[in-house]
Design a protein around this ligand. Structure first.
Ligand SMILES: Cc1cc2nc3c(=O)[nH]c(=O)nc-3n(C[C@H](O)[C@H](O)[C@H](O)COP(=O)(O)OP(=O)(O)OC[C@H]3O[C@@H](n4cnc5c(N)ncnc54)[C@H](O)[C@@H]3O)c2cc1C
Length: 363
C-alpha cells in the first residue's frame, strides 16, 4: 500500500501541472500515469499553440519535458492504471491494475480520449493529416481542403471553425440529417465553403508514405446495400469529430457527473462534490479542450488541494487529532470564503458530532 497527501490520476498537461505545483508545495504527490503516459498530446505531432516556444514543438517532446519537470521537483511517478476508487471513506483509496492500493488525503483526476473511427489508415496518418482537434491543428491547413467527420454540435463547430482557415470544408455524416443544433446547422448550410456529404463514412484515409501526408479519403455510402463501391474525395486533412470520452468510468456512482460523464465542478473551481477530490482538464471540460487550459486547471486543482489539506491539518491540530490518523472522517465545506465548516464524524465518541466553524484566514 502506498500513501500520499495527494494522488494525481492521469499524466496529461493537467496532471503534470498539478504535480509540479503540489510537489513544490512539499506535498510529495504521487502520480499514476495510466496507459497513455503524457496523455493525448503524445498522439499528435506539431504543437504551435502552447505558449513559451518560438518554434513549433512536438507533442510527445512537450510531454516528456513536463514529466521531467514534475519528477525533478519531487513527484513520485508510477506506471499503473487505476481500476477502482473508493471516495466513501478517508483516506481515499484507489486500486491499480497492478494490484497496488494507493491511499491519499486528496485526489486530482484528469483526462479524456478523443473517439476515433478505429480504421488502420486513420492511425497511420494520425498527426500527419488526421486529427481530432480543429482548434489545435486547423492552422496547418491554411487555404487547403479538409474534411470533418461527424454530425453533432462538435463536428459542425469544427467545420465552421475550419472555414476561417481552409479553402473548402467537407462534412461527412453517416446519416441523412445532423444532430447538431438548428442554429449551427443554419450557419453550416449557408456557408459557401462547406459541402455536406450525406450517408457516407470513411473506409480508408489515403496518402503518401514519404513524407507521410494525406491526399484523400475513400468514402463508402452507408445506404449502399448492394456494395456498389466507394468514392474518392481529394482532401489534405481529416478531422474526426465524433466525440470524446472523459476518463470517468472509475468514478461512476461516486462523483457527480453530467449526462455525458464529464465531472461536474463548482463554478470557477476544480472542486467536485466530494471535498478533497478535484477534477482538472479534459475530464471536466468539453468546451476548450486545450493543453494550456488543462494545465491551467491542473494548477487550480493543486492550489485548491493545497488549501484543503492545510485547512484540514489546522483543524486536526485544533481538535488535537494526529493528522496521520486516517480513520478520521471530515468534511471541509466552503473554506474558500475564509470560513471552514467542519463536520467531525469518526471521532463521534470524543466529540459527539462536533460541528464547528473556525476562521481560517491567515493559517
Ligand atoms: C490529435 C490531437 C491533437 C491535439 N493537439 C493539440 C494542440 O496542438 N494544442 C493543444 O493545446 N491541445 C491539443 N490537443 C488537446 C490536448 O491534447 C488536450 O486538451 C489535453 O491533453 C488534455 O489534457 P489532460 O491533462 O486533461 O489529460 P489527457 O491529455 O487527456 O491525458 C489523460 C491522462 O489520463 C490517464 N488516465 C486515464 N484513465 C486513467 C486511469 N484510470 N488511471 C490512471 N491514469 C488514467 C491517461 O493515461 C493520460 O495520461 C490535441 C488533442 C488531440 C486528440
Amino acid at each position: 500500500m502506498k500513501h500520499s497527501k495527494v494522488l494525481i490520476i492521469g499524466s496529461g498537461p493537467a496532471g503534470y501541472t498539478a504535480a509540479i505545483y503540489t510537489a513544490r508545495a512539499m506535498l510529495k504527490p504521487m502520480m499514476v500515469q495510466g496507459t497513455q503516459p503524457g496523455g493525448q498530446l503524445t498522439i499528435t505531432t506539431d504543437v504551435e499553440n502552447y505558449p513559451g516556444f518560438g518554434d513549433v514543438i512536438q507533442g510527445p517532446w512537450l510531454m516528456e519535458q513536463m514529466q521531467q519537470q514534475a519528477k525533478s521537483v519531487g513527484t513520485d511517478i508510477i506506471t499503473d492504471m487505476i481500476k477502482s476508487v473508493d471516495f466513501g471513506q478517508r483516506p481515499f483509496t484507489a486500486v491499480g491494475e497492478s494490484g497496488e492500493t494507493y491511499t491519499a488525503d486528496s485526489v486530482i483526476s484528469t483526462g479524456a480520449q478523443a473517439r476515433w473511427l478505429g480504421i488502420d489508415s486513420e492511425k497511420k496518418f494520425n498527426g500527419y493529416g488526421v486529427s481530432a482537434c480543429a482548434t489545435c491543428d486547423g492552422f496547418f491547413f491554411k487555404d487547403k481542403t479538409v474534411l470533418v467527420v461527424g454530425g453533432g454540435n462538435s463536428a459542425v463547430e469544427e467545420a465552421l471553425y475550419l472555414t476561417n482557415i481552409a479553402s473548402k470544408v467537407y462534412l461527412v455524416h453517416r446519416r441523412d440529417s445532423l444532430r447538431a443544433e438548428k442554429i449551427l446547422q443554419d450557419r453550416l448550410f449557408s456557408n459557401p465553403k462547406v459541402e455536406v456529404i450525406w450517408n457516407s463514412q470513411i473506409e480508408e484515409v489515403i496518402g503518401n508514405d514519404d513524407p507521410l501526408n494525406v491526399t484523400g479519403v475513400k468514402l463508402k455510402n452507408t445506404k449502399d446495400d448492394f456494395g456498389l463501391g466507394t468514392a474518392t474525395v481529394d482532401v489534405d486533412g481529416v478531422f474526426i469529430a465524433i466525440g470524446h470520452d472523459p476518463a470517468t468510468q472509475i468514478f461512476k456512482g461516486q462523483i457527480e457527473m453530467d449526462d455525458e460523464n464529464y465531472i461536474i465542478t463548482r463554478p470557477d473551481s476544480t472542486e467536485t462534490n466530494i471535498p478533497g477530490v478535484y477534477a482538472a482538464g479534459d475530464v471536466k471540460d468539453k468546451t476548450y479542450r486545450q493543453a494550456v487550459t488543462a494545465a491551467g486547471m491542473g494548477c487550480m486543482a493543486a492550489l485548491e488541494a493545497e488549501k484543503y489539506l492545510a485547512a484540514k491539518e489546522s483543524l486536526m491540530k485544533i481538535l488535537g487529532i494526529n493528522c496521520m490518523n486516517h480513520d478520521a472522517s471530515m468534511s471541509v465545506v466552503d473554506y474558500s470564503s475564509g470560513i471552514g465548516e467542519v463536520l467531525w464524524a469518526a471521532h463521534a465518541e470524543r466529540y459527539s458530532k462536533v460541528k464547528m466553524i473556525i476562521t481560517l484566514i491567515g493559517q
